[in-house]
Design a protein around this ligand. Structure first.
Ligand SMILES: [Zn+2]
Length: 345
């Protein structure tokens, strides 16, 4: 029996949802030896022979002397985070080496695998790839901007014809913001950088869902746009507040992100098929690529040689996809502009 593209997409979405529930990595946080190690380290500032400068707190819990600027609350907070991060890292390292000797498989700590640091960067491969993604986003956005404002015809009142320019601009800015915080977070994972990374990624996903809905349903008037985007914005805001102020729940966050991701991939794919958009092939490659890339994010494996994990690979796949995505945005702008320009003549 031949399946229509729509059926295939539905089947794919169904498999993704099934896979989502199958992911349960074992958890190193519950390991009593690791827990005791971190507690001990935060008190003494040492793991075995290794001691950390930032963990030097006097007996009353206040940090020891130094010039006034080293006593500033923000600096002290940072010092505390840095101490905790170093303690966790070295306790994980010791514990994983012990476990490896006993033939145990790697486990996750604080929802993440253990990586070997390089030049002070916690996950050097992911940092480099995030920076590259940021650069490609910037390039895509700038070339879109140049196309719209300098190459395509403008209306007599010097405005552009393409109705979705503002949305793509916001999308570009949110993406660059998200990749920036991704690079920061993978450099050093402390509570603050983690929250900033999660929040900016959720905001980007939420906005790209809005973009998908508005473009696919050709929502052009202001009032309808507000009506469509308000529930999404409300949901995303609630989720971000929940993560930041109540509970940084990794499992829940992945589910929310995958649901929003799958929803927009479906919308784009169906729309491209139904409307026979001139660049439908680019859209489909981006959608299938995005879907496969999402599988990497769902089915993560422990880092190879403690350097490259599924998440890093996912950051690698988003580079060509981003390039393709902006190329689609530019095609769409050209397509809409030419048909509107013809009509206006
Ligand atoms: Zn990342």
């Amino acid at each position: 029996m031949a399946r229509s593209p729509f059926h295939r997409i539905l089947l794919f979405a169904w498999i993704v949802v099934l896979l989502m529930d199958g992911v349960h990595a074992s958890d190193g946080d519950a390991d009593p030896i690791y827990k005791a190690c971190v507690e001990q380290c935060e008190k003494t500032g040492c793991v075995g022979e290794k001691c950390f400068q930032h963990c030097k707190f006097s007996s009353d819990g206040k940090p020891e002397g130094g010039p006034w600027y080293l006593q500033e609350p923000l600096y002290l907070q940072w010092k505390q985070w840095d101490c905790r991060s170093d303690c966790r890292y070295h306790c994980m390292l010791t514990r994983e080496e012990e476990r490896e000797k006993l033939g145990g498989k790697p486990v996750k700590y604080h929802g993440k695998w253990l990586f070997r640091r390089a030049y002070g960067f916690q996950e050097p491969v992911s940092v480099a790839l995030s920076a590259l993604n940021l650069a490609i986003q910037f390039h895509g956005w700038v070339s879109f901007f140049i196309l719209i404002y300098y190459k395509l015809p403008l209306t007599p009142s010097k405005k552009n014809y393409y109705e979705y320019t503002g949305l793509w601009n916001i999308y570009g800015i949110l993406s660059m913001n998200s990749w920036f915080w991704s690079a920061v977070f993978h450099s050093r994972d402390v509570e603050l950088t983690e929250k900033l990374h999660f929040s900016s990624a959720v905001a980007l996903l939420g906005f790209s869902l809005i973009l998908a809905i508005l473009r696919a349903f050709s929502v052009r008037n202001e009032a309808s746009r507000v009506m469509v985007s308000t529930p999404v914005i409300a949901f995303v805001t609630t989720h971000i507040l929940y993560l930041n102020c109540y509970n940084l729940d990794y499992g829940l966050n992945i589910k929310v992100c995958v649901t929003m991701g799958v929803a927009q991939l479906l919308i784009w794919a169906v729309w491209a098929g139904v409307t026979h958009h001139p660049s439908w092939s680019k859209l489909w490659v981006a959608v299938v690529g995005g879907g496969l890339a999402m599988l990497l994010e769902i089915y993560d494996f422990p880092p190879y040689h403690r350097f490259v994990d599924a998440h890093a690979l996912w950051h690698a796949t988003t580079i060509p996809l981003t390039y393709l995505w902006w190329s689609f945005a530019k095609d769409d702008a050209e397509f809409r502009t030419s048909s509107l320009h013809k009509k206006a003549k």
